[in-house]
Each structure stands twice: as structure tokens, then as C-alpha cells.
Design a protein around this ligand. Structure first.
Ligand code: GDP
Ligand code: GDP
Length: 458
């Protein structure tokens, strides 16, 4: 099994109950090493069609001494480290406790995908806790009842893409001898927050200059370029450093190799693009200055937005342009008209061939990544929300004004916000857009998708 899920959370939230439900009798002890691993249980989980490994940090409830907090933290960190993703349980009946907040921080710092689940959610006693759970800033909480087996289908839906992606990666790793481990690449300081290398992908139509650009950035002839498609080597994620930042770049080489005819290549490059987008945190959409905004370019840029990636638009072959000022104006206008969903995303002109503009591209990538990770405090958001609703009150269908009561940031990567309001179903789309555009402007978040959820207050 290629996917491992860690169940974490403070004692008594229901981790073991869920673990037992997922694993049944298919239990394996992790190992009998001394120390923290002893407290981890591992099992083969089954959930619908999904098969994966699950790690449970139970056993801790026995720890009653003062060191509980430290042990809990170490154990959870260890479990998280071993896992591809984490299922973070809280007790919906108890609401958020300080220990829950501590766990939320550990999980956020790990950079691993987190599914937040409010357990013991059967019945009405759990409603308040479910709403409070948004405040942890880990996205939409899933209502779960480990004991009664409720919410498992929704859990499966959230896990499915992760399990599938892990399976695909495992298959790739088997056939891909060139993937290098990016550990031990030196431990120079990263200018930005993540511990892991920043994952980027360069996408665009065939001949836009993707291979040339990647070669240029990585600084060696890793990929062979040329007018003929299909000569690049097999490799997926190439680790490298760019001006002191550790990065991994998704390189579509392996798949292109198999494409013989142009038509096939066109099709393939869309599939490539999709995989690249799924891999990346920042997607560089590379356009050919001579033929920008082709259908394929627009599709892939839209896909990147829908998948919630940070986007940088780079216009390549700028060395061939003569009327640069005029061309730039046209490009900006075209961008605004054809890709309104990426409003404010940086547009950088480059020449992969000469290397001009690459420093600006690097800066744009780092900034986009930073914005994508941006967190705004609940206090600021609520002051802002008051000002926004005063400046432009929400509509009053049937004479009753919709009230927006409270706002908090539910997630980052990309930033997502939840607004508690009366009658969310009656709030027009245009009002959400007003809020999203306002967030983008007032909190300086250009070029990142912004998610906004309207929820009714229980
Ligand atoms: P752990 O310490 O996180 O592993 O928690 P346990 O799985 O041992 O559960 C702690 C307590 O919560 C037990 O008494 C469980 O029976 C109870 N519990 C677990 N899941 C649920 C649930 O979905 N609903 C309710 N009401 N109780 C639950
Ligand atoms: P890919 O299919 O997107 O990977 O494109 P390639 O990197 O193979 O480049 C396609 C063609 O465009 C090659 O002939 C490159 O030499 C050329 N090319 C790439 N970047 C530039 C550039 O910045 N300026 C010019 N003039 N040509 C470029």
C-alpha cells in the first residue's frame, strides 16, 4: 500500500475507535523499537474501495504524568512524519481545546495535507463544535462519528484523490530511476516558510519553450531541447536550488518520450499539464510571445486556478519581440479579458534562450508562493468584514437583510475563508465576488486563488 494516513488528535477524541473501524482485525504492530514508535499502531485500512495504511497515536491516554504534552507532541510529529496525510480528530462535543490548537500548529508546520474531522458528531450536541472547528484554520471540518460509522463516505471522498496520487507516484518511482532524493542537498536557509522544497511546474503548449526554460533554471542540460518533441529523458521531479531556494520542478519528459505524432502530443500535453498542476504548488504558465493565449494555454491556466495553485504567467521568447512596450500592453489586456479568474497574477516576460528575466521570474514565484500561504488574523478579518458590509450592505430578499456575522480564515494554500451568515443560500454570487475582490486588494493577495465559503450559523 502506497498511502499512509496518520490519525492524530488529543486523547479521548476517538482515534482508537476510528482506527478500529478502519482496520478491523487487520492489525500490524509498527515495530518494537524503544521510544515513541512503540506507541504507534499501524494497520491495513479499508474504506470503500480504498486501501491504505493507517497509523494511530493512541496508547497515549495511559500517560498521566507531567510529560504528557511533550510525549504527545513527539509521538504525533513522528506519526505525521511517517504519513502522506493526516486525519486530525477533534471532539465536536467538547469544542476546541488548547491542545487541539497545539496539534493544529504541528500539523500546519508539517506541510502535509490535513483532513480535519470533528468526531462524535452524531446528533445535535455537536453542532457548535463543528462550527468552532473552522477556527483551526485547516479547512472545512468533516462531521464524523467513529462510533456510529457516520461521515465515512465523505471521508472516503476526501481521501480518494490522495490515495490515487500516492499510488501513481509509487508506480512512477518504480519505473523512474532518475528521481533523486532531495535530502542532504545542503541546509542553507530558505527565504520562505516551508520546510520542504517548493514544488513548481512549467506548463504550456508544445514549443512554448518549457524544456529550454527548465534547462536554463536548473543550469544544466538535463533535458534535451529541440524542435522535435520526444527526446527528453525520463524524469518527474528534479530537485535543485534557485538563488538559495530549494525547489523541485515537475518535468514532463518521461511522457513526451512516448509521443510519436503531433496529434498525440497535443493530447498528451493536456494530460501532462494536469499532472504537473497536481504536483505543483506554484504553476508557471509559459506562453509563447508570438502566439499567446491559445486555447490550450487558457485551459491549463484555468485548471491551475481551479486546482487552487498559485500561478505565475511567463511570456517566453521575449528576445524575438521588437515592439516590446506595445506588446506588453496587448498582453496585459488579453490577460485581463481571457483569464479574469487569475486577476492580479504576475505577468513576467522572459527569454529562456538568453536567460533574461529569470531573476524576475524567480521573485514572482517566491511572492506567489508566499501569498498562497498567507494567513490573516480573525480580528483583522472581522474588522474588515464590518467595513465591507457597511460600505455595501448585503441584499435583503423579501425585506429581511442577510447578515454576515463572523469571518475566519479556514485554510491556506490557497487562502480560504468562511463567513457565517444568515441565509447563505440567498446571498448572490456577485456579493461573494465583491468580498473576494476586496480580500485580494486589501490583504495584498494577487495571483492566488481565493476560496470563500458561506455557512449558516447554527
Ligand atoms: P482516543 O483516546 O482518541 O483513541 O479515543 P477513543 O477511541 O479511546 O475514544 C474515547 C471515547 O470516546 C470512548 O469512550 C469512545 O467510545 C468515545 N467515542 C469515540 N467515537 C465516538 C463517537 O463517534 N461518538 C461518541 N458519542 N463517542 C465516541
Ligand atoms: P517545449 O516543447 O515547450 O519544451 O519547447 P522547447 O523548449 O523544446 O522549445 C521549442 C523551441 O523554441 C526550440 O527551438 C527552442 O530553441 C525555442 N525557444 C525556447 N525558448 C526560446 C526563447 O526564449 N527565445 C527564442 N528565440 N527561442 C526559444
Amino acid at each position: 500500500m502506497s498511502f499512509t494516513l496518520a490519525i492524530v488528535g488529543r486523547p479521548n477524541v476517538g482515534k482508537s475507535t476510528l482506527f478500529n473501524r478502519l482496520v478491523g482485525k487487520r492489525l500490524a504492530l509498527v515495530d518494537d523499537q524503544p521510544g515513541v514508535t512503540r506507541d504507534l499502531r499501524e494497520g491495513a485500512a479499508r474504506l470503500g474501495d480504498l486501501r491504505f495504511t493507517v497509523i494511530d497515536t493512541a496508547g497515549l491516554e495511559d500517560a498521566t504524568d507531567d510529560s504528557l504534552e511533550g510525549r504527545m507532541r513527539r509521538l504525533s510529529e513522528r506519526a505525521v512524519e511517517m504519513a502522506d496525510a493526516c486525519l486530525f480528530l477533534i471532539d465536536a462535543r467538547a469544542g476546541i481545546t488548547p491542545n487541539d490548537t497545539l496539534f493544529a500548529d504541528i500539523l500546519r508546520r508539517s506541510g502535509k495535507p490535513v483532513i480535519l474531522a470533528a468526531n462524535k458528531a452524531e446528533g445535535r450536541a455537536a453542532e457548535a463544535g463543528l462550527i468552532e472547528a473552522w477556527e483551526l484554520g485547516l479547512g472545512e471540518p468533516l462531521a464524523l462519528s467513529a462510533e456510529h460509522g457516520e461521515g465515512l463516505a465523505e471521508l472516503a471522498t476526501r481521501l480518494a484523490p490522495m490515495v490515487e496520487a500516492a499510488e501513481e507516484r509509487a508506480e512512477e518511482a518504480e519505473t523512474d530511476i532518475d528521481v533523486e532524493d532531495d535530502d542532504g542537498e545542503g541546509d542553507g536557509p530558505r527565504p520562505i516558510t516551508a520546510k520542504r522544497p517548493l514544488q513548481i511546474a512549467v506548463v504550456g503548449r508544445p514549443n512554448a519553450g518549457k524544456s529550454t526554460l527548465i534547462n536554463r533554471i536548473i543550469g544544466e542540460d538535463r533535458l534535451l531541447t529541440g524542435p522535435e518533441a520526444g527526446i527528453t529523458r525520463d524524469s518527474i521531479a528534479v530537485p535543485f536550488q534557485w538563488d538559495g531556494t530549494h525547489m523541485r520542478i515537475f518535468d514532463t519528459a518521461g511522457m513526451r518520450k512516448k509521443a510519436k505524432v503531433q496529434e498525440k502530443l497535443e493530447k498528451l500535453s493536456v494530460a501532462d499539464g494536469l499532472r504537473a498542476v497536481k504536483f505543483a504548488e506554484v504553476v508557471v504558465v509559459l506562453l509563447d510571445a508570438a502566439i499567446p493565449f491559445e486555447t490550450q494555454d487558457l485551459r491549463i491556466a484555468d485548471l491551475a486556478e481551479r486546482e487552487g495553485r498559485a500561478v505565475v504567467v511567463a511570456v517566453n521568447k521575449w528576445d524575438l519581440e521588437e515592439e516590446k512596450q506595445e506588446k506588453l500592453r496587448d498582453l496585459r489586456a488579453g490577460f485581463e479579458r481571457l483569464l479574469p479568474q487569475l486577476k492580479g497574477a504576475p505577468l513576467v516576460t522572459v527569454s529562456a534562450k538568453t536567460g533574461r528575466g529569470l531573476d524576475r521570474l524567480n521573485a514572482a514565484i517566491l511572492k506567489a508562493y508566499d501569498t498562497w500561504n498567507r494567513r490573516v488574523s480573525t480580528a483583522r478579518l472581522n474588522r474588515w468584514l464590518t467595513a465591507m458590509t457597511e460600505a455595501h450592505p448585503p441584499p435583503a430578499p423579501g425585506g429581511k437583510r442577510i447578515k454576515l456575522r463572523y469571518m475566519t480564515q479556514a485554510k491556506t494554500r490557497p487562502p480560504g475563508f468562511v463567513v457565517m451568515c444568515s441565509h447563505p443560500d440567498k446571498l448572490p454570487e456577485s456579493y461573494s465576488r465583491y468580498l473576494i475582490n476586496g480580500l485580494r486588494e486589501d490583504f495584498d493577495m494577487p495571483g492566488t486563488p481565493i476560496r470563500l465559503w458561506m455557512r449558516s450559523q447554527a
